[in-house]
Design a protein around this ligand. Structure first.
Ligand SMILES: [Zn+2]
Length: 325
């Protein structure tokens, strides 16, 4: 059997592939080689598959992997290796991706959605090493989560476990993409944070004077406001940006505390671009957690250790399991 695993990550906007060497059956700490590519606008499923296969073949250099693990940015049927659909890329409906990759790469393949692979990646190779239960949360363009319980992924009866993004924190809040009001995703995702800042400034122009650093960083235009700019402005002392960021972090924290009350995991691992917003963000996140968590429940929060590679490491874990099963 070859000592090479292939890990693939089909994200909403980018594709990543990596090969991992095994030494005496144990994975190395670093990729042997890795490639990333952004999907051009208008790319469909067929384009993504073709491009991913060409990256994989380049990394493999005529060698055969012993197994292939796949992370997919959207709902999947992990048991049968079928993609249900993608919310970002057209043409993914009911594609038997594991079968297709097995035929193309002549190695067994397994797949799961990116929240589960990221949770498994952090658990096996990142911030969750040494723990037996954790909840992984990614906060970026959306808010998603994945469970590890008793050392194993838990994806729920319908593969829908971990949807913390659609936990309702404020039933009278703004309408979410799912149709409900006041979901965590609508209050705490990156685009939501930017939207909240724009809405507040439009509704209350008297706040503009407190948002001078934010507006400067945004090029003087409300449309230039992003979550990243909000966190930069907050770090530079912009009072308005700080309030907006703290409100978003608090919303996520309220949901984390509720989740802790229900499941009491040892650890929460928080990743995604918005989680890199700095110490002020993390302070508000932890404070929000304590508002809802029961006093006897410890809520330990750690930043993700693997960054954007967490799903890819989880995919490598899937391949490793296939090889040893
Ligand atoms: Zn929602």
């Amino acid at each position: 059997m070859s000592d090479l695993l292939l890990a693939l990550d089909f994200g909403g906007t980018k594709l990543s592939a990596a090969v991992l060497q095994l030494q005496d059956g144990r994975p190395e700490q670093e990729w042997e080689a890795q490639q990333r590519a952004f999907s051009p606008a208008g790319a469909d499923a067929q384009y993504s598959i073709k491009h991913m296969l060409s990256m994989a073949r380049e990394l493999l250099r005529d060698r055969q992997p012993s197994a292939v693990g796949v992370s997919f940015g959207g709902p999947v049927n992990a048991v049968d290796g079928i993609v249900r659909l993608s919310h970002h890329v057209p043409g993914w409906e009911n594609i038997h991706l594991a079968d297709l990759l097995e035929r193309e790469l002549a190695a067994p393949a397994a797949l799961d959605n990116d929240a589960n692979t990221a949770a498994a990646g952090e658990f096996r190779f990142g911030a969750g090493q040494g723990y037996s239960s954790l909840f992984y949360i990614t906060v970026s363009t959306g808010v998603g989560g994945g469970w590890i319980l008793n050392g194993k992924p838990w994806s729920g009866a319908n593969g829908m476990a971990g949807e913390i993004g659609h936990m309702v924190i404020d039933p009278d809040g703004p309408v979410c993409s799912c149709g409900k009001r006041g979901c965590v995703e609508r209050l705490a995702s990156g685009p939501s944070m930017a939207q909240n800042a724009r809405d507040l400034l439009q509704a209350g122009p008297e706040q503009l004077s407190q948002a001078s650093i934010l507006l400067k960083l945004a090029g003087g235009e409300l449309s230039g406001i992003t979550a990243k700019i909000i966190s930069q402005a907050a770090a530079q002392g912009d009072l308005f940006a700080r309030q907006v960021m703290e409100a978003a972090a608090r919303s996520l924290g309220l949901a984390v505390g509720n989740t802790a009350n229900l499941m009491n995991p040892q650890l929460f691992v928080i990743g995604g671009g918005v989680s890199k917003s700095g110490p002020l963000y993390w302070d508000s996140l932890r404070k929000g957690t304590r508002e809802t968590a029961l006093p006897h429940i410890q809520t330990k929060l750690l930043p993700a250790a693997l960054g954007d590679d967490a799903p890819l490491w989880g995919a490598a874990g899937l391949a490793l399991d296939l090889r040893t099963s």
